[in-house]
Design a protein around this ligand. Structure first.
Ligand code: KIV
Ligand code: ZN
Length: 524
């Protein structure tokens, strides 16, 4: 085990970030991007400060070739790598795709493990060594910067792995990448493997060793950090950890682990970590692949606090429940979510921030109303607190009394019955291109509100007989964005509840403006 680096003496060792979001990430289910989308993402990765971007696998498709060519023209600072098998045709395709790139790298790989040699490649050990040497030498005839990867390297016999790595270095490889392709290794093993290779392979100290860890056991980031302790100076990562099966090492987690625990690792990346959230959100928009709320660093809950004890601690000193500042990764601030688990301290603090100084008795009354409101809605926002302070019942507004939706293959139809804020019944129906479209049209007709939807998501919450659908909507109203949610056993009903939740929030938000307008007219 390494001794922790001494923060007073250590100058951080630079760790190169080789981003493979556009190759290993993009080739995984649900993450494909067009060449133009890849170019947008490549520009964001450049702005984030990654050292190298792997733009694709040119031999695999015309789209990969086009993306690589487009990015080679537009992105000039980072190294641009493309992947090839140990086949002359692949290497030629890669060379053409990198034409004109400012810093081209050919990345060549071959499997080394017994399982892959026998069942996938049907090659002997000697054939693997020979193909490695020949392909690296061919790549070196085209560019000076050649990376060689030993696919399934961590499940390869150590001596043979050292032999292949030695052959790649002797043939001219400048970076040696040892992938944990199946996410099988443990941190201790990986640390030890990198130490072994760097100490024993001739020429190893003249090249850069690189880690490429998959997350099948949830160890990709831990293994990459251990590889750094073992001597790796490049780590291959993806934004949001996307990638084959369980994904790759998540760049945002690795970068922040090195930053927050810099004194331990004595290493750092050159990333502008304040761009991590924006880069993550860009990828989500481009691929539609959502990030789980509790995802480290970039998940919506990563800096959100709801429980009373945590909120109380945070209000005294943010270090009690946060190890990094939200601003350092690109969030504007920590989020104190007011909901069922929140205590008086957090409610009182938020009310003070909104300009209400309450004595104990007043706070008792408002807190009781707040708790009652939490029984009806999951999150209490500033507007809801304002409403409580003005004696309004924030949970009131349009309520769903009944609904029917039918879709017989042609146009779908929906009928809704609501009670309006004054308790009157309103019934409307509408047609649409699908059940949800018809439902939203009927709700719009019943409330007179045309909502500008920014996002609409439906998830399943729970399993089996307890499973419920949860719908989340966000809508834009001028500069403001309002979010609402609804849950039900039926996802269509959950969608109606979410629509009404957000509509009621929007109406409450508009109400003070309407009051002010009325006052202005009266004074005119
Ligand atoms: O996981 C892996 O082994 C790879 C190589 C092709 C680098 O992605
Ligand atoms: Zn991989």
């Amino acid at each position: 085990m390494n001794e922790p680096a001494d923060p007073d003496v250590a100058v951080a060792t630079p760790i190169r970030i080789f981003d493979t979001t556009l190759r290993d990430g993009e080739q995984s289910p649900g993450c494909s991007m067009t060449p133009q989308q890849k170019a947008v993402m490549a520009r964001a990765l450049d702005a984030l400060g990654v050292d190298a971007i792997e733009t694709g696998f040119p031999a695999s498709s015309e789209a990969d070739r086009e993306a690589a060519r487009l990015i080679a023209r537009e992105v000039r600072r980072p190294t641009l790598a493309v992947l090839s098998r140990c086949l002359p045709g692949d290497i030629e395709a890669s060379v053409r795709a990198l034409e004109g790139a400012a810093r081209p790298r050919l990345h060549v790989f071959l499997s080394t493990s017994p399982l892959h040699r026998e069942h996938k490649l049907r090659m002997s050990k000697q054939q693997v060594v020979d193909a490695t040497a020949a392909s690296v030498a061919l790549a070196r005839r085209h560019v000076d910067d050649v990376e060689f990867s030993t696919e399934d390297g961590t499940r390869t016999e150590r001596d043979f792995l050292a032999e292949v790595v030695g052959a790649a270095i002797a043939a001219g490889a400048t970076t040696i990448n040892v992938p944990d392709t199946l996410g099988y290794a443990t941190p201790d093993e990986i640390r030890d493997l990198f130490r072994f290779l760097i100490a024993t392979v001739p020429g190893a100290r003249d090249v850069v060793f690189s880690a490429h860890c998959h997350d099948d056991l949830g160890l990709a980031v831990a293994n990459s950090l251990a590889a750094i302790e073992g001597g790796a100076r490049q780590v291959e990562c993806t934004v949001n950890g996307i990638g084959e099966r369980a994904g790759n090492c998540a760049v945002e987690e690795l970068a922040m682990a090195l930053k927050v625990r810099g004194a331990w690792y004595g290493a750092d990346t050159a990333l502008d970590t304040r761009r991590l959230v924006a880069t993550s959100q860009l990828l989500t928009r481009l691929t539609g692949m959502q990030v789980q709320r509790n995802k480290a660093v970039v998940g919506a809950n990563a800096f959100a606090h709801e429980s009373g004890i945590h909120q109380h601690g945070m209000l005294r000193h943010r270090g009690t429940y946060e190890i990094m500042r939200p601003e350092d990764v690109g969030w504007s601030d920590s989020k104190m979510v007011l909901g069922r688990h929140s205590g008086r301290a957090a409610v009182s603090h938020r009310l003070r921030a909104l300009g209400y100084a309450l004595d104990d008795a007043e706070l008792d009354t408002v807190f009781a109303a707040f708790k009652a409101l939490c029984e009806r809605q999951r999150v209490v926002e500033d507007r809801d607190l304002e409403a409580l302070m003005h004696g309004e019942v924030a949970g009131d507004g349009y309520r769903l009394a009944a609904m029917t939706v039918s879709d017989r293959g042609g146009r779908a139809s929906a009928q809704v019955e609501l009670s309006d804020p004054d308790g009157r019944k309103v019934t409307e129906s509408a047609l649409g291109d699908g059940p949800v479209d018809a439902l939203f049209a009927a709700l719009s007709a019943a409330t007179g509100l045309a909502l500008a939807l920014e996002s609409y998501q439906v998830h399943s919450v729970g399993l089996g007989a307890d499973a419920r659908g949860e719908a989340n909507l966000s809508v834009r109203d001028g500069d403001a964005v309002h979010e609402g949610s609804g849950t039900s056993r039926d996802v269509i009903e959950a969608s109606a509840l979410a629509w009404l939740d957000v509509a009621n929030r929007l109406l409450r938000a508009r109400a003070p403006r309407a009051d002010a307008a009325r006052r202005d007219t009266a004074h005119a």
